[in-house]
Every structure is written in C-alpha cells, then in structure tokens.
Write a protein that binds this ligand. Structure first.
Ligand code: PBG
Length: 325
C-alpha cells in the first residue's frame, strides 16, 4: 500500500482551515447594483422578466438607492426609460432627462453612494439601436460619438460619479474623455464596457429597458462571442483612450476573457453578471432545482476568481445580506 506524499485534504478539514487558505474573497464593497428608472409612473412596478427587480420612479429610485446604501453596497448603475423616444435619442442628454433627474435626486439624498450612469442611446432611440441609424440600417459611428459625448457631459454635470459607455462605437472613450475634460469634468472616471459581446443573455434586460432593436441586431457593433484576442484589443484601446476601469460583459460565458483582460491590461476590471444570467438562476431556484444562495455566491466568487475586481449584479442586495450574516 503506497501512501500519498501530498495530502491536500489536510487543509480542508475545518471551516477555519479552509478560510485560512482561501484565495478569493467576495465582499459587498466590490458590488454594483443596477437599477431601472422610469420617467413617469408608480414608485415601483415589478419586472416579470427579472424577479425581485422593479421599475422605479425617481422617488422609488431614491428609496431603492437608500436600501442598497444601507446594505453597504457602494455603487448603483442607472438605466433610464425616458418619457418619449426619437431617432437620435435626445432624451439621453436632456438636462431634465430621467437619468439626470434620478442622479441629482440620489446624490442629494445619499452623497456617499456612487452613482454610475450607463451611457448608451438604445433606451432613448425610437429604433432601439445604440446610435444614429443611417438609411441603410447601419449605426453611424462618428455622428453617434457626438451624441454620446453630449450625454456624458449631461450625466456628469448632473452629478454622476462615473459614466459607463455601453454602446461599442469605435473611439468613444477618447471622445468622451475629451468632451468631459473640455467641460471641466476631468475628474469623472470612465468605466468602459470594453469587451461587450452580442449576447443572448441580454434578453430580460431589453424587455425591462424597452431597448430591443426594432430591426436587425447589434452584431455590427457588439463583439462576436467567438473572439478573445479582439476582446483584449478592445480593452487595450480603451485604456489608451483614457478608460479608468475596463469591463467584460456578460460574465459567465466569458470568464476566460475576464482573466485575459486582467492579465494583459493590469487595469481594474469590472464584470457584468447580466440579466439573462440572473434570470436563469432565479428560474432554476423558483423550481427548486438550485439552492439560490449557494449558487449565487459560487457564481460571483467564480467571476472574482477569474480576475474581476468589481461585479455588477442584480443579486447585489441579496448578496449583501448573505455576506453580513
Ligand atoms: C445598453 C445595455 C444593455 C445592457 C446593458 N447596457 C443591453 C444591450 O446591449 O442590448 C445589458 C445588461 C443586462 O442584460 O443585464 N446598450
């Protein structure tokens, strides 16, 4: 009988030992909580596609931000559903637009809570694409940059602590940095959705944000799920253009991308555990197929282990409660 020379089980014997050698930590201070703010309507309306998440009025958003803040969550990420849409998405940069109003209201109630604004036109355009649509149905890159720049300035002027461009236009980070700097907003960080893939996992979000493209798809600007080298190029370009934090989105089918982007850029990396990833766990848990708490904590720990410093997740409030128990 040969005995094993190395016994890895020695350090797994008790929870104290396991904790002593644990390599990855999941903390509430690393979480960002996304919220959907509606220009008009009731304080809260449940979103059926995202169980546990509501459409919020401005008052509702302030209340929800207060709850997140009270749980120790450091940041919220705001998405807006405007009162009306047009082909250019002008509601995005309106000083009285839904996100600008919500940002001002939340910052005045909770100055210490970080407000990150998602920066994209798809919730504001009547056609649902993330930029200006040409006659041939293609999103025009460079005229979109101008509108995104206006939006960044409007959001930061309203008090956003960071802007997060999610449109995937070429050159947007440089354009936003220049516009912010010109307007005296050089201290506003840019959290770039650098490697954002054309994913099926945005389905519930698009219903919640009313941002499904009316024609075609987003494959002409969001990335091909098959490409990793290109994701690294995207991230490096965003860093050159001035991104302060780079993001990979979605998270679960792209854990290898999170790792590569972390290793190749050495930047703070955020990962977005998107709506479809959330909805899958909720649906399985509701059917009794999964232990929700264990599955969520394992998932988010995996995203952290892959290299994400920051995790954006609809589970944030639950996780904050579980981690404090
Ligand atoms: C806007 C945007 C999307 C998401 C975040 N910002 C949707 C899309 O690109 O269609 C998805 C987030 C989620 O699924 O939770 N461009």
């Amino acid at each position: 009988m040969a005995f094993p020379a190395t016994r890895l089980r020695r350090l797994r014997q008790t929870s104290v030992l396991r904790e002593l050698v644990r390599e990855t930590e999941l903390r509430v201070s690393q979480l960002v909580y996304p919220m959907f703010v509606v220009a008009s309507g009731p304080k809260r309306t449940p979103i059926p596609e995202l169980p546990g998440i509501d459409h919020l009025s401005i008052d509702g958003a302030v209340e929800e931000a207060g709850i997140a803040h009270g749980l120790g969550i450091p940041a919220v990420l705001l998405f807006g559903l405007p009162a009306s849409k047009d082909p250019e998405g002008s509601g995005a940069w309106d000083d009285e637009g839904v996100i600008q109003l919500a940002t001002r209201a939340i910052k005045s109630a909770y100055p210490d809570l970080l407000v990150i604004t998602d920066l994209c036109l798809c919730e504001y355009t009547s056609h649902g694409h993330c930029g200006v649509l040409r006659e041939d149905g293609v999103v025009d890159n460079d005229s979109t940059l101008e509108l995104l720049a206006r939006t960044a300035v409007a959001q930061a002027t309203a008090g956003a602590d960071a802007v997060a461009p999610s449109d995937m236009m070429d050159g947007r980070v440089g354009a936003l940095r220049a516009a912010l700097d010109e307007h005296g907003l050089s201290e506003t960080p840019i959290i770039a959705y650098s490697a954002k893939f054309a994913s099926a996992f945005y389905g519930p979000f698009r219903v919640a944000a009313d941002s499904t493209p009316q024609s075609g798809d987003r494959k002409g600007y969001q990335m091909d799920p098959a490409n990793a080298l290109e994701a690294v190029r995207e991230a490096k370009l965003d860093v050159e253009e001035g991104a302060d934090i780079v993001m990979v989105k979605p998270a679960l089918p792209y854990l290898d991308i999170i790792r590569r982007v972390k290793d190749e850029t050495n930047m703070p990396v955020a990962a977005y555990n998107v709506s479809g990833e959330y909805a899958m766990v909720k649906a399985a848990a509701a059917q009794g197929l999964l232990d929700e708490r264990a599955a969520v904590l394992e998932t988010l720990t995996g995203i952290r282990r892959a290299g994400a410093d920051i995790v954006i997740t609809y589970h944030a409030k639950d996780v904050a409660k579980w981690l404090s128990q």
